[in-house]
Design a protein around this ligand. Structure first.
Ligand SMILES: [Zn+2]
Length: 338
């Protein structure tokens, strides 16, 4: 891996390169930006460059020395990573205690240690408190890289001690290129996934899963069809969340995804009802959406669109998911019954 593998984050790279060249490299950075745009990969590459024993250029890893090999294998003694275990909702205090204790020891291979905190969004009061002591006085030469989705969500005590480097959403082009590099062979599929993923390669890769498209077909067809089976569709949708695992963020991401599919379908029906052409639909889908538009009417479609957008906001505001699902399915069901 090298910098060339990280797409779309040249601005962030320039920030670090400039600080390094000016001999003003900081001790703590908060890498803030949306999920799935490469922040973790970037932090790994940066750490490797900082730990490389024969850098071919400033802040660039050689990818050949033992330090680089160990960094790639996650076995470098001076590279520490703190992350929230999958089955926990918050960063455990023990994880931070161990991280801080190891960071305080002398570097083994070179001049510095690099500590990456992968889930800075998930500190609780006690794990943040443990970490704060290290952040206030990092060991000499240590560099801390915190990864977060939103700088504004961080505790002021943490934020005030970090330099914030913002990561932007990726272009559809970059997302498609990352999909290609990860083995998504079909160009049309790459374009479609990139469009749905809203600038997140992580989300696009997660969308490359047949079971998701199967659920989409059943839900969109069921909800825009002539008879809406409230119970069956609400259960199918709720099960789709549960299949994402216990973590609420993953479940919310799936709820938001279904809403995106529904919004897309209602918008397509609206366009068709207004005589516009919609690309990417097969004959069966187009006929179904036309019939749906005819049945529901323009005002009804607009009302459904509003409900879906409103539901999307509720998903983000952490309203109970099953309530969101039932409210949306009920709206489609009402319109179908009229
Ligand atoms: Zn190296």
């Amino acid at each position: 891996m090298s910098w060339s593998r990280i797409r779309g984050q040249d601005a962030a790279r320039s920030t670090f390169a400039a600080a390094f060249a000016a001999n003003r490299f900081g001790q703590a950075y908060l890498l803030a930006g949306p999920e799935g745009v490469g922040k973790r990969l970037f932090a790994r590459e940066l750490a490797k460059a900082l730990l490389c024993e024969k850098p071919p250029a400033p802040l660039t890893a050689c990818d050949k020395c033992p330090g680089c090999a160990q960094a790639d294998a996650e076995s470098h003694p001076d590279l520490l990573v703190a992350r929230k275990p999958d089955d926990k909702l918050e960063m455990p205090i023990d994880e931070m205690r161990e991280f801080c204790a190891r960071l305080a020891r002398k570097p083994v291979r070179g001049a510095r240690k690099v500590g990456i905190v992968e889930d800075a969004d998930d500190f609780n009061a006690s794990s943040a408190n443990v970490f704060l002591k290290t952040l206030e006085e990092p060991p000499p030469g240590a560099v801390l890289l915190l990864i977060a989705t939103d700088a504004e969500r961080q505790l002021p005590t943490i934020l005030s001690r970090c330099q914030v480097v913002r990561f932007a959403a990726l272009s559809d082009e970059d997302v498609a290129a990352i999909l290609e590099a990860n083995g998504v062979a079909d160009a049309a599929q790459r374009a479609r996934l990139a469009q749905l993923a809203g600038g997140s390669a992580g989300r696009a890769l997660a969308l490359d899963d047949d079971s998701i498209w199967d659920v989409r077909k059943k839900l969109v067809e069921g909800l825009t069809g002539p008879r809406v089976s409230f119970q069956q569709l609400a259960e199918l949708w709720a099960k789709f969340h549960e299949d994402a695992g216990k973590e609420s963020a993953a479940q919310r991401a799936r709820a938001a995804l279904v809403l995106k599919f529904l919004i897309e379908a209602v918008q397509q029906a609206l366009k068709l009802s207004l005589g516009a052409t919609v690309t990417g639909l097969d004959a069966g889908e187009e006929a179904r959406l036309r019939a749906f538009a005819h049945r529901v009417g323009t005002d009804g479609l607009m009302a459904l669109l509003d409900k879906c957008v409103e539901a999307d906001a509720h998903v983000e505001r952490r309203v109970q998911l099953i309530l969101v699902v039932e409210a949306v399915v009920e709206q489609f069901w009402r319109h179908a019954e009229r």
